[in-house]
Design a protein. Structure first.
Length: 220
């Protein structure tokens, strides 16, 4: 079942809190693209995109879109003062050199050990793996934003991924419409729940072993 636009924006708003001053950050396709609109204005950060921008900004006002300026998903964006443009080879050089502090990605499944499956569903046509494999392996911190369950109600956070892996033990955080998890030392820690969900509801719809912190906070 897909998420409503308000829920998607709340996930993005929570993810934006992980971005700190001075960071270089990549935002993936889907919910992650929304994060750009929630980054605190007083932070000096650089947003990177695989199609060749360093210094990307948030979404333009309606009617002010530039047809030549988009993120990797093809959606219109703005740029910040001091931004630069380059080819995809340079964009991926930045990724593979390990210069990204954070990448925020979508996923199809994540295991309790932090394995990520996000690039293909067997039998479905896809244009390619994109930058997911490089990003998930090379960024210093990998944050996954996704639905807690699939359209049939099955957990997307699982003991072991059934889909082809993008990377093993690559996720550091998972943020869904229900909760915020941290992946540490092969274990999954529940540290926050999203209002109005309860800890019990989160655990019941998670297909992996969960360690619940002594004090779980609530994100509004």
């Amino acid at each position: 079942m897909g998420l409503g636009i308000e829920t998607r924006h709340r996930i993005a708003r929570r993810a934006a809190l992980e971005i700190k001053d001075g960071m270089t950050v990549n935002l993936g396709i889907g919910i992650p693209t929304l994060v750009a609109d929630y980054i605190a204005k007083d932070l000096h950060i650089m947003l990177h995109t695989e199609n060749g921008i360093l210094g990307m900004g948030g979404s333009p006002a309606e009617g002010e879109e530039d047809g030549n300026l988009s993120n990797a998903g093809g959606y219109p964006v703005t740029i910040q003062p001091g931004a630069s443009y380059f080819d995809s080879a340079t964009a991926f050089g930045i990724i593979r050199k390990g210069l990204l502090d954070v990448t925020i990605l979508g996923a199809l499944e994540v295991s309790e050990k932090g394995d990520i499956a996000n690039w293909i569903v067997p039998g479905k046509r896809v244009p390619g793996m994109g930058g997911a494999i490089d990003l998930a392996q090379k960024a210093k911190k990998v944050i996954i934003l996704m639905n807690h369950t699939d359209k049939f109600g099955n957990p997307k956070i699982v003991k072991n991924c059934s889909l082809p892996l993008t990377v093993r033990e690559g996720a550091h955080m998972i943020i869904t419409e229900k909760a915020v998890f941290h992946c540490e030392n092969g274990q999954l820690f529940l540290r926050e729940i999203m209002n109005p969900y309860t800890i019990e509801e989160v655990i019941d719809t998670t297909g992996a072993a969960v360690i619940v912190d002594e004090k779980v906070s609530v994100f509004q």
